[in-house]
Design a protein around this ligand. Structure first.
Ligand SMILES: [Zn+2]
Length: 73
């Protein structure tokens, strides 16, 4: 299910994690040559992707939320 990005944090391995509106976390790794997400390495790039949608596989699997999304209004 496509879900917009509402924020980011880093995990214990220093990898970026996108927080989705559905309450799921999703890794957004920049790990060339396999995963190319150079935008995630800069604050500007991350901000530019806020509100953009990622395909959330956890929603498709009906997994419990990783966090409770805060109101964005
Ligand atoms: Zn989800």
């Amino acid at each position: 299910m496509e879900q917009p990005i509402i924020g980011y944090h880093k995990d214990e391995d220093d990898d970026w994690v996108a927080e989705l509106q559905c309450g799921h976390n999703q890794h957004v790794r920049h790990n060339p040559p396999w995963m190319l997400r150079p935008w995630v390495t800069t604050e500007k790039g991350r901000k530019s992707r806020l509100g953009k949608e990622l395909n959330c596989k956890k929603c498709d699997r009906n997994e419990p939320q990783d966090f409770i999304p805060r109101c964005q209004e």
